[in-house]
Design a protein around this ligand. Structure first.
Ligand SMILES: C[S@@+](CC[C@H](N)C(=O)[O-])C[C@H]1O[C@@H](n2cnc3c(N)ncnc32)[C@H](O)[C@@H]1O
Length: 266
């Protein structure tokens, strides 16, 4: 049986889920060799989640993972508001650092909850985003979310449809990717010193990979990017200093301890 954080995975639905949702959950369980349990047979989800990781299918959250550390589900989050602000002429440090064209094809090496992938796809209206995620659980939640979330705006739905989620580590993926395959490569690894206040990242923390990119990974990113590589880093992390020594720099004049560092490809 597939496991998450050493806990067995069970599949169920929300209370009173429609037949269509129940069928989807059963189908998912049988396709992945997981145990399906009718929600009526589950008393308290929180009690069950102390020993299990529960995949819950529902109309509202599509696929959420309930586990003893909390609940993980997809939400477009701040992607929409950030895009609307950009349209009003406000700066966005990520978009400014990426220096995208409308048709850029971008490799997001660290999908996470997909917020930034969604913003990038919304900005590069004719482009595409290939988004890598090492955690099988995070990629499943976000892949379902991007595919089935009922976006109110057509441009958000269109952006989501141009993101391809790939459940792989950038460490392997980059080795197999020919040089200059993407216009821009973006990397936002987990911070070495977590920001306690970041509640959205807290939800994915139990499943996320905390491994840092090695110097070779960074060199590979520069090789597969035709134009530039952008990293989001915290000044207090060791990665910040490694990137500076590899020629990354920033034009940001911000007092924040989180920065976007850029290296142009040659
Ligand atoms: C800080 S989060 C990214 C947040 C993302 N930018 C967003 O907008 O939601 C980092 C993510 O990268 C993933 N990750 C870490 N190492 C990875 C690797 N080697 N390959 C692919 N994904 C990785 C983690 O599992 C985590 O989900």
């Amino acid at each position: 049986m597939r496991m998450a954080s050493s806990n067995p995975i069970l599949v169920t639905t929300s209370h009173g889920a429609k037949q269509e949702i129940r069928n989807k959950a059963k189908h998912y369980a049988s396709e992945h060799g997981l145990q399906y349990i009718s929600r009526r047979k589950i008393g308290d989800l929180n009690t069950l989640s102390s020993k299990n990781c529960i995949y819950v299918f529902s109309q509202e959250k599509i696929l959420s993972i309930v586990h003893k550390g909390g609940e993980l589900f997809f939400h477009p989050s701040v992607a929409k508001i950030r895009m609307l602000n950009i349209c009003k002429g406000q700066p966005d440090h990520l978009i400014d650092s990426l220096s995208l064209n409308r048709d850029s094809n971008v490799l997001d090496t660290t999908l996470g909850l997909g917020t930034e992938a969604l913003l990038i796809a919304a900005f590069a209206q004719k482009g595409s985003v290939t988004a890598l995620e090492q955690s099988e659980h995070i990629s499943e939640v976000v892949r379902f979310g991007l595919r089935e979330y009922r976006f109110r705006e057509r441009w958000m739905a269109d952006a989501a449809s141009r993101i391809e989620v790939v459940n792989r580590s950038f460490k392997d993926y980059l080795q197999e990717t020919p040089e200059k395959s993407f216009d821009v490569v973006y990397c936002d690894p987990m911070f070495e010193r977590p920001k306690a206040k970041s509640s959205s990242i807290n939800a994915l923390r139990p499943f996320a990979s905390h491994e840092l990119p090695s110097e070779n990974d960074i060199v590979q990113m520069i090789r597969v990017a035709a134009r530039r590589v952008v990293f989001k880093v915290r000044k207090t992390d060791r990665l910040f200093h490694s990137l500076l020594s590899l020629g990354f720099s920033t034009r940001e004049r911000s007092s924040s301890d989180i920065l976007f560092l850029v290296a142009e490809s040659t």
